[in-house]
Structures are given as structure tokens and as C-alpha cells.
Design a protein around this ligand. Structure first.
Ligand code: GLN
Length: 461
């Protein structure tokens, strides 16, 4: 059914870079055989998933949205993928994305833009726009995305689905093609909080291949959701304190989004929670710090694409220097080059103290402030982005406008915290008769408290 849906829909939506129907059917038959042989399988067995194309899949092309990896077929699975494979999940294919995760609209894919299933004139968000659109268009049951500065949460908001960025280290990064290693996280994108919880349980946990992964025990995140809700009666969130982040409301935020978040706050109160406004004075410093740090790390991580060990080679190369230069010039896109240049600049001698070091100091302040607020509150509430999905092309020639759209999400990565985006209504269609567009809200939780965060989301939903 999902392959049929892809055949019907994906020529318009363009969620996938690679669809591997034969492999998916073979995996599904293997699950049938295991069940026929009497094996008891878990809840992910036979579930058709889509995987973002920066997450390595053994034997299936993995491009990270880049021409320099257009023919790269990994001979290993990312840990998140191998865990899902072991659980009997079925992989339909690999989803479109901004090249190396660098973007917020999926327009920076070197293959094609993805379109928002709610309105094909609009972007699905990014960089996990392919995964978000595939879930929203029912071209998969759920998907994996990755989130360095919002790439799971902002497309979840634009496409009206659930997106979870786990705590940094909760899910192994082994086999995730690196963008900014101190910020990158793999996480679930799904229709419901329960589906996201099931997927998180399937991919989380320590991994000897990733020294930054955490060995904290992984609970069954889905199991407690229904009982927790039932135990609370009509006020399941009694005793929970939610902080509405003052700096994320009002000026610069679309009025419909401001109103949707305030309505969500009232709904949380009706479920028994206390909602109070909290102030994070360093909030606005996070975005510039993020763009210095993410680009610095990217400039280092992307130096591996020399076309010797990886990637497409320039046919015009005559010696080693022209091989490096030509292959990178031809294989990397404009936004990726911009970021390598800016990151290299920020790290260079003489500028390091002014940019990189200062951004690290800001990162510490942002983190301390959020952690302190989460000492007083169980979760922080904010919009997921300042606007709903915008039109294709609207921001693609203005990188700064695109970067500014990440204001609501990047601080969470700087602080390494988990955050959940949930559907929270719609912006009505425009006077000219445009489609109504989904809006999400963002809840940020304490480090490694995905269970608490998912419990809040489940009650809200
Ligand atoms: N839009 C942000 C960026 O371009 C975040 C991307 C991401 O989370 N991968 O860096």
C-alpha cells in the first residue's frame, strides 16, 4: 500500500531520493516468515519506514542530498538503522534533504526540492523535509530524520506531524553523515506521539561505535503512555509546570502562531498543568552562536570529501590539487560552499577568539539558562518556528532570512536537550483561497527525560 501511495504521490511531493520497493517487499516477506516460524516480534516488525538520506543504509545509496555522494553505497548500517532492521522494520527508501542538512526548506537538495503535501506551492521545511512530507503524505508509516538545529522539528511543524529531537547522545550518531558533530541527533518523525515513542525505543541506547552516545538505560517509551494518562483522570497533567518562553512570543512571530501556542497553553492548563511565563534573556544570542559553531564544525567535517576516499571525481582533474579543487567545486552546492568558507574563516588564527571561542561561551550561557529554567519547570513551551510553511523560492535567495527562521529551535541543540513538536492547529487559508497550513508547538524537556516529554505530548494530543 505504501509503495502504491509513493507511485501515486511522489512525482508531485518528491519526498524520496531513492525508493527500493523490492528490498522493502523482501524485508516484509522475511518478517512474515519469522512470524510463521513462531517468533514473537516487537511492535516495529513489518512497519514501513522512510530513512533520511544522511543515515547510512547497507547496500542502499546514501547521498546526504549531495552530488559528491550521488553514487555512495555504504557497506554498513547506521546503528539506528541496524537496530530497526533487527526489529523487523521495513525500509521503503531514502528521503530528500538539504545537502548535508544545511538548510531549512529542502530547497538546498542537489537533486530536487520537496513540496509540502498540504500545499504543493510551499516548502515542507528542512532539512528533513523529505521525511516530514513522506509521513504527512502517507508515503510511509513513520520516518527517521536528523536534527542539528531544528531539522526534525521545523519540518514537523510545517507538515503537521510529530517530531522528536532526542537528548544529545540518546541515539548513536554512528552512520549519520556528520554536519556538526556536537549538535547532530537522529530522531523519529511520525503521525502520533505513541508512534514516535515506539521508534525512539527502537533506536535509542549506548553504542561502542559512538563515544558521545549515552549508556543510560532505555525504557520502553511507549509502554507507560496510556497508563500514565489513565492514572491522571480528567487532569492528567496535575502538578506539571510548563514555562512559556517570553522571548519566543509576540514580535516577529506570525499572529496565528502566537495564538495557537497560547491556545495550547490553555489546553495544557485544562489538563491540570500550571503554565507560567519564563524569561530567557540570552535567548536571542543562540542563533548567531549556532551559526558560528555549526559552520565551524561543518568546515572540518566536510574536509573528508576529497573524492579520493569518498565521492564523485571531477573528470577534468590532471593532478592531486586539481582533483581536490575540481571535485569539490563540482560536487558541493552553493550553500555548502558558503558554510565551509564561513566556518573556515571563524576557525582561522586571529579570528578564533572573536568568533568560535565567543560562540562557545554563549553556548554555555544559553545552556545554563535553559537548564536553570527546567529546574523550575517540567518543560518549556514555544512555537517551533516564527511562521508556517512559506512558498518555494521565497527565501532561497536570502540566506540570512532562511537562517533567522531557525530562531526557535537552535538553542535546544546548543543545550543538548530533548524537544518535541506536536501539531497544534492550522493557519486558515489566505484570502486568495490558499490551502490551510499546519502549525506545531514545541515542548523542550530535561536532559534524558524523553519519557516525561512524550507523556506531556500524549496527554496534550
Ligand atoms: N536549518 C539549520 C541549518 O541550516 C538546521 C539544520 C539541521 O538541523 N540539520 O543549519
Amino acid at each position: 500500500q505504501y509503495l502504491d501511495a509513493i507511485a501515486r504521490t511522489d512525482s508531485t511531493v518528491c519526498s524520496y531520493i531513492t525508493v527500493d520497493g523490492e528490498q522493502a517487499l523482501a524485508q516484509a516477506r522475511a518478517v512474515d516468515a519469522r512470524i510463521a516460524a513462531g517468533e514473537t516480534l516487537g511492535p516495529l516488525a513489518g512497519v514501513p519506514l522512510a530513512i533520511k538520506d544522511n543515515i547510512c543504509t547497507s547496500g542502499t545509496r546514501t547521498t546526504a542530498g549531495s552530488q559528491i555522494l550521488r553514487d555512495y553505497v555504504p557497506n554498513f548500517d547506521a546503528t539506528a538503522v541496524s537496530r530497526l532492521r533487527g526489529a523487523g522494520a521495513v525500509f521503503l527508501g531514502k528521503t530528500n534533504m538539504d545537502e548535508f542538512g544545511m538548510g531549512s526548506s529542502t530547497e538546498n537538495s542537489s537533486f530536487k526540492p520537496t513540496r509540502n503535501p498540504w500545499d504543493a506551492e510551499r516548502v515542507p521545511g528542512g532539512s528533513s523535509g523529505g521525511s516530514a512530507a513522506a509521513v504527512a503524505a502517507h508515503e510511509c508509516a513513520a520516518a527517521l530524520g536528523s536534527d542539528t538545529g531544528g531539522s526534525i522539528r521545523q519540518p514537523a511543524h510545517f507538515c503537521g506531524i510529530v517530531g522528536l529531537k532526542p537528548t544529545y547522545g540518546r541515539v548513536s550518531r554512528y552512520g549519520l553523515i556528520s554536519y556538526a558533530s556536537s549538535l547532530d541527533c537522529i530522531g523519529p518523525m511520525a503521525h502520533t506521539v505513541e508512534d514516535a515513542a515506539l521508534l525512539l525505543s527502537g533506536i535509542a541506547g549506548g553504542d561502542s561505535h559512538d563515544a558521545t552516545s549515552s549508556g543510560r538505560p532505555v525504557v520502553d517509551f511507549a509502554a507507560g503512555l496510556a497508563t500514565g494518562l489513565a492514572a491522571g483522570g480528567s487532569r492528567p497533567l496535575a502538578g506539571k509546570r510548563i514555562g512559556l518562553v517570553a522571548q519566543t512570543m509576540g514580535e516577529g512571530v506570525a499572529p496565528a502562531i502566537d495564538e495557537a501556542v497560547r491556545a495550547a497553553a490553555r489546553h495544557l492548563e485544562s489538563l491540570g498543568a500550571t503554565v507560567e511565563e519564563v524569561s530567557l534573556p540570552t535567548f536571542g544570542q543562540g542563533l548567531p552562536a549556532y551559526y558560528v559553531l555549526a559552520l565551524s564544525e561543518a568546515s572540518s567535517n566536510l574536509s573528508r570529501y576529497d573524492s579520493v576516499r569518498y565521492g564523485a571525481r571531477s573528470p577534468a582533474a590532471t593532478d592531486l590539487a586539481s582533483l581536490f579543487a575540481g571535485s569539490r567545486a563540482e560536487g558541493l552546492g552553493g550553500e555548502v560552499k558558503r558554510r565551509i568558507l564561513m566556518g573556515t574563516y571563524a576557525l582561522s588564527a586571529g579570528y578564533y577568539d572573536a568568533y568560535y571561542k565567543r560562540a562557545q561561551q554563549v553556548r554555555t550561557l544559553v545552556q545554563q539558562e535553559m537548564v536553570a529554567a527546567l529546574g523550575r519547570c517540567d518543560a518549556l513551551l514555544s512555537p517551533a518556528a516564527p511562521s508556517a510553511a512559506y512558498k518555494l523560492g521565497e527565501k532561497s535567495s536570502d540566506p540570512l532570512a532562511m537562517y533567522k527562521g531557525d530562531l526557535m529551535t537552535v538553542n535546544v541543540n546548543l543545550a543538548g536537550l530533548p524537544a518535541l513538536v506536536l501539531p497544534a492547529g492550522f493557519v486558515p487559508g489566505s484570502a486568495e483561497g490558499g490551502a490551510e497550513l499546519p502549525i506545531g508547538l514545541q515542548l523542550v524537556g530535561r536532559a534524558f527525560d524523553e519519557a516525561g516529554l512524550l507523556g506531556l505530548g500524549y496527554a496534550y494530543e
